[in-house]
Design a protein around this ligand. Structure first.
Ligand code: GDP
Length: 193
């Protein structure tokens, strides 16, 4: 998809605040600093529309980006930040769980992991949670530009095996730096709209 029009339409913490026009939604999940904002910005062709919203102390909200009057990207706060307090983490959990479990418009979660390293415990917990609720998941393994091409397949296999990737869940090698994987990611998204 060639994206011309994007609007950050709202930040929501409660279901009453979600948009109500019925467009399909794709939620973006990933541990803090994994490259989630960079992925969103690359996919929508903006330099910095999606901010790094996942730092501790910043408001933890679901951010809805309306794309081409057709779909939403829903940016979910990054997980796995040890520094946020327990009560903050509790709030994070219930807000996100409510959205992921109950949202009818949700077509898939795009879970971002770092191709360089095996998925973390938090990555696996997130992926297992999505499986428990039968939420289709597209794994995007980003920062591929940081390892040599000859090692991509080996790293991809480690990601696949560590997560115990389910049949039907694709894994896409990505680089926000190089634009690699964009077409494949859009194809996966469009096929689920
Ligand atoms: P977020 O916290 O998950 O939203 O992460 P950011 O998108 O802010 O990225 C965290 C850091 O990783 C930043 O310094 C980015 O420039 C860098 N980064 C993100 N994606 C890539 C990538 O594909 N390649 C490289 N080389 N760096 C990346």
């Amino acid at each position: 998809m060639k994206v011309n029009q994007v609007e950050m339409i709202m930040s929501a913490v409660r279901p009453e605040q979600y948009p109500d026009n019925g467009f399909p939604e794709f939620a973006l999940a990933g541990r803090s600093n994994v490259g989630k904002s960079s992925f969103i910005n690359k996919m929508i062709g903006r330099k910095s529309l999606a901010r790094t919203s996942s730092k501790p102390g910043k408001t933890q909200t679901l951010n809805f980006y309306k794309i081409e009057e057709q779909l939403f990207f829903v940016d979910v706060p990054g997980y796995g930040y040890a520094k946020v307090s327990k009560s903050e983490r509790g709030k994070w959990g219930s807000m996100i769980e409510t959205y992921l479990i109950e949202r009818e418009q949700l077509r898939a979660v795009i879970q971002i992991v770092d191709l360089r390293h095996p998925p973390s415990v938090d990555d696996c917990i997130m992926y297992d949670f999505l499986g428990d609720y039968n939420i289709p998941t597209i794994i995007v393994a980003t920062k591929a530009d940081k390892i040599p091409k000859g090692k991509w397949e080996k790293h991809k296999k480690i990601v696949r095996d560590t997560l115990h990737l389910r049949a039907g869940d694709p894994i896409i090698l990505f680089s926000s730096e190089k634009g690699m994987g964009m077409d494949e990611a859009w194809k996966e998204i469009e096929s689920r709209m």
